[in-house]
Design a protein around this ligand. Sequence first.
Ligand SMILES: [Zn+2]
Length: 395
Amino acid sequence: MTLIRNATVMTCDPQLPSLGLLERAAIRTEGPVITWIGKDLELPPELATGATIDAGGRLVTPGLVDCHTHAIFAGDRADEFAMRAAGATYLEIAAAGGGIRASTGPTRVASDEQLIALLHERLDTTRAAGTTSIEVKTGYDLTVAGELRLLRCIAAAAATSRSRVVPTLLAHLIPAERAADRDAYVRSLCTELIPEAGRARLATSVDVYCDEGAYTLAETRAILEAARAAGLAVRAHVGQFADLGGAELLAEFGGLSADHLEQVSATGITALAAAGVVAVMLPGACVQLRLPVPPVAALRAAGVRLAIGSDLNPGSSYCESLAVPMWLATTHFAMTVEEAWLGVTRHAAAALAIDAGTLTVGGPADLVLWRCTNPADVPYRYGSDLVDQVFSSRG
Ligand SMILES: [Zn+2]
């Protein structure tokens, strides 16, 4: 049982306007669920029992939802980061052994135990920063057997984590050793990997990197069709570098989320809005790769829901705290504070199709008590650790 009183509770309840803020409020949880939320003065006396936290007006929010990570990998690419910072080009970094090979090599040779331990460590770090639900994609093995192994390692880490883990099978890139027979490689994804991931219930969705240097639109369509046949939801990395029409295709398939979107046409935005696809903004990678900003104003005007992810990955965004992308979203991307909060709570949960990201009676008891009173403080004071306590429905 947890009872927090005298708090500013951000419910993100869709029935309430904006962020659904309740001032001088109380919230009570029993086991994995929320049993009472409301004005402190209205708390029934029989519920005003047990160990109580006086929040002193500070903020209580839903546990944060990180809807886009590549958090299972081995190997270290800090030297590559330093090279890029010193002005090295993509080719110079690749010649020095950097790029995705610096992750696939160590990931393929790591034991299951090592991969599970590495993921556990990252789940703990992100949880300490307020994230209680987190999507984890595969994609750093790229062989059929290896990607299935990554999914099994994600499941093993999830089973013993206090975070709620949402596993995604990612069709990341064509591995260099299969460049000569890419059609056969894509076929192996569609006829072996995806059906097995669906049959064994190792993933809830399939993600495709639809972009220049990754999968073509035709290949993306084949992979999405295989995902649908396997009973899996679909999402895609779309338009990070070039607009191949992935937004329109994803809308056609009723995708959960279109992620990146630095390059997307007006037609693509209209299609996303009509299909209710969540647009996931990944400002960490956008800034680190010095890419143009996605068309936030046009997405907003079309009524597309905006989520924000950390894009936690070893190459372009080794980010374990959503406060930093919230800051970049509200500054570099010109999103409002309200949009930033919905982006890491309710809208991120919609992108994952999970019951999370809101505080409602009967809903999961995932919440964060912050060391601040104003929702704007979290992105405003982006480098400070403002998390006081994290409460999770998983104990
Ligand atoms: Zn990604």
